[in-house]
Ligand binder design. Sequence first.
Ligand SMILES: [Zn+2]
Length: 209
Amino acid sequence: MQIKKDIVHYAKLMEANGLVIGTAGNISVRIDNTMYITPSALPYAEIEEEDILEVDLVSGAVLAGKRKPSTETPMHSSIYKHNSRIKAIVHTHSTYATMFACAHIPIPIVHYIAADIGNQIAVAPYARYGSEQLAINAVNTLGDNNGVLLANHGVIAVGETLKDAFRRAEAIEEVAHLAFGCHLLNSVKPLSDKDLAEAVEGFKTYMSG
Ligand SMILES: [Zn+2]
């Protein structure tokens, strides 16, 4: 099944590109009322197509798959239920972005690579991993943006496709790294709303190439 193949591909890429360590992080894709999600506590090197679970978004029931779904399944399903535009979610603990999350400092968009995420990457209030409260906090703080930080935890990136959500997870880490350096240089100069809008307009042509 192509969706499961894609999830496995990006899950392995997420680890290879250093966005997660060990079994942290998770990926899901939604099609209608079904969510396809990575399993809990299985090393990325071992994940295969058959390990991807199918979960009913309405009832929460596991429709297919022998493993336990990711501990962050409630957060993924809440995001999908609240925004029909979102079709894919990538959750990482990438280091620089998570530093901002631990410091409760939103990431300023100091580079156009993250222009389509929002005018900043805000921090959702802390709640325990896997909890319903974390799901509520993530949904509320994400709003219409394409990325959000989870306080003292990590990163959520969303998209209309898995490719977009993954690209944004990488862009969030990259812009966090740059913003961290700007803080050290004592000069943080975020792009204006106008600059961000122009950059997003440009993405429509070059990102599709
Ligand atoms: Zn996490």
